[in-house]
Design a protein around this ligand. Sequence first.
Ligand SMILES: [Zn+2]
Length: 271
Amino acid sequence: MPISSRDVRSAADRMGFGSGLVMVHGSLASFGRVRGGAPSVLGGLLEERGRTVMVPAFSWAFGVPRPRSLAPLARNGVDPGFRGPTGGVGRVFTPECGEVDRDMGAVAAALVGMPGAARGAHPLNSLAAAGPMGDALVSTQSLLDVYAPIRALAAHGGFILLMGVGLDSMTALHAAEELAGRRPFRRWANGPDGQAVTVAVGGCSRGFGAFAEILAGIEQRDRVGDSLWRAFSARDVLCLCAAAIRENPELTRCDRAGCTRCADAIAGGPV
Ligand SMILES: [Zn+2]
């Protein structure tokens, strides 16, 4: 039996999201068959409950090299000599552009394309949201305060929902790294006038599975079709994970030998 919008709505109700705020990371493929595809999943999450749904709507494709006028930063998670990507050269991101990286998934792309959805003004790591609090959340995002909407979500008692994806997809864990005292990496993208601006971005998340034990006590689980849903209080995620990073910075290190981003983040980020 294919999953319907109603199945999604029931699961969201069972998890107690009510008319609150939820940051969603999801894989449409994880459900098996879904009648109506990504818009149907999104519809079930939003429904008529007055709920606000936020998603990561990253667009790394707008990245440009570090301007030659700026010296390279130490501990910035890039290998020496690499000035950065070129996909964004000659292009300007706007919150209305509708472009989102393919690996953000179909649900995030559907939300970005929804009439009335709001999107933060961050050219590489924007967050997008729909629902009554959507604009209020994402408008807190700025070039150098990339995770402000996640802290706002936590302050409003919001949830984080993983639909068939792992902790390595949970953007809030980068917010926890920042709360633990790490400075986010700096990258570049063109501003509205076409000149490169410096923006803060997250680092490597390949090692974030290590937070499973720390979060086990606050995790709710459910299943929708073949999709394993895992929900967490955003406030608890930020508190518990920031404390865990302070206590053991090595916790976030991934298993890739010589990962520059992990090494530099663990050392505290760029100087
Ligand atoms: Zn790494």
